[in-house]
Design a protein around this ligand. Sequence first.
Ligand code: ATP
Ligand code: MG
Length: 425
Amino acid sequence: MANGVKAIRGMNDILPDESYLWAHFEQTVQHWLAAYGYRNIRTPIVEQTDLFIRSIGEVTDIVEKEMYTFVDHLNNDSLTLRPEGTASCVRAVIEHNLLYSSPQRLYYAGPMFRHERPQKGRYRQFHQVGVEALGYAGPDIDAELIVMCARLWDLLGISGLRLEISTLGNAESRALHRSRLIKYFEQHRDVLDEDSLRRLHTNPLRILDSKNPVMQGIIGNAPKLMDDLDAESLSHFESLQHILREQGINFEINLRLVRGLDYYNRTVFEWVTDKLGAQGTVCAGGRYDGLIEQVGGKSAPACGFAMGIERLLALMQECGGKIPQPAPHIYIVHQGDLSLDYAWKCAETLRDQGFDVILHCGGGSFKSQMKKADASGARYAMIIGDDEFKAQEVTLKPLREPVEQASVKLDLVAELINNKEPHDQ
Ligand code: ATP
Ligand code: MG
């Protein structure tokens, strides 16, 4: 396509040979969410830029360099393609007063946009399922969110995920920790790289997240958040661990877990795999008790997580899960003027009976039509020629097993197929 228009780098087409896996994933996820009482919320893909700056935080990777922000030239509004879903969800919950009478268990799914360097598992348009429990103080709901993830991995046939959890404490203990970190890193300014120097006074927690090998020594010796934690957050964290143990969920405490968004407090967690190379985090979340108020609502606690669909699909394949491509039950090949109306009638009648039917279009010899029937993956070819029309019968030829074809009346077809595959209809 030398002069043709191509898709935008990092934004992928999902073609039919792959989209059925997405459909399988989405159906599994929908049943799973219903089983826990979570209800779907759908928000626009574009929001006022300010929403994301206020919620995600000014000095984060997302806001500093990953957002697709543009001016709507018709009214000069600054708009942004959503880089994540929590902010939009919280905005909608406030706007429609959803927390007025009861807390809410909600979920959303769809594309997110971040201007990152495209590579395996990292795209500029990617897809998330996000689950948010708003109005719940936890730690029971924190545990529920984690336990339900574990169930989903089973449903999807995914194994070997590692759960890392931590706590960030409350606002005061974070402020205390922050000032201790700034003081500590001030004393080691000479070792800090450019990024870290820039963050020293704005977001020193992010320095802990640096992968720069030169800095690992001072990062290792930095003040520990655990030492600054408030008693309430500690007991919240301990209760969460207790429930997880009772539920048989293995976890590791990783006190270095720093999330890339500012709104988290107390519980944070990530599900990580070693099977996908560098992009190993498939699901991440935590508590965000201050966010609703920060975005303009009445203060309410909340907790949630988001998972990356592309990474989970890749992991399902790594784990060897085989999801068969859906195929029609019957492919109708037909020839002759007399048979055409009859073939249409057969196709619609079979669809009424619940069968998936492809009616061959475009003519061609029986032989070439049979090739198409085979390639369609259909289990049966139904052959309709003038002879069949005259006898008001159809010829059914099994394509996936060495069984002779048979001519039968149309109303016997359902019985014939269902008898062979009694559990399949
Ligand atoms: P990472 O550390 O990999 O950049 P993140 O902390 O930025 O992830 P979150 O904002 O927590 O990611 O989003 C939750 C999940 O969404 C991630 O765990 C990941 O599975 C997925 N995700 C995030 N960014 C991308 C991306 N650019 N492409 C594909 N999936 C992504
Ligand atoms: Mg990121």
